[in-house]
Write a protein that binds this ligand. Structure first.
Ligand code: SF4
Ligand code: SF4
Length: 121
């Protein structure tokens, strides 16, 4: 009599659908206001450095970048330092720097958190 209750509980749990998703094959939709990894349109960046100046955590460094128009300074972002506050997006005069909904950027090697302009696609 004492074992019926736990056995019933085991069967009930076994039949219940999983509480978690099979990541990364299945992903939960993020909210509309979610802020993830940055995306940079290198063609419209005017190298003004407003994003780097406004960043509250010194996350952005303007680095030399090869483009069709020669070498230009463009934002490199250290995601390890980023607060995802979106001030850089707000201040960008050409709207070439935006935060996407991409949250899949965990890395084993912390050096990979530094994203050069070419990586911000
Ligand atoms: S989201 Fe905020 S913390 Fe991150 S790079 Fe932009 S301004 Fe800096
Ligand atoms: S990303 Fe925007 S704010 Fe940053 S340097 Fe380029 S144009 Fe200026």
């Amino acid at each position: 009599m004492g074992v019926i209750k736990p056995i019933t509980a085991v069967f009930r749990e076994a039949l219940r659908s999983p509480a978690t998703l099979e990541y990364p094959e299945n992903r939960e939709a993020v909210t509309d206001n979610y802020r993830g990894v940055h995306k940079l349109d290198m063609k419209t960046c005017i190298s003004c450095a407003a994003c780097a100046r406004i960043c509250p955590n010194q996350t952005i460094e303007m680095v030399d970048t090869e483009t069709n128009m020669g070498t230009k300074k463009m934002p490199q972002i250290n995601l390890e330092r980023c607060l995802f506050c979106a001030l850089c997006e707000e201040v960008c005069p050409t709207e070439c720097l935006v935060l996407t909904k991409d949250y899949d950027f965990e890395r084993f090697d912390r050096r990979e958190y530094i994203k050069r302009p070419e990586d911000l696609k």
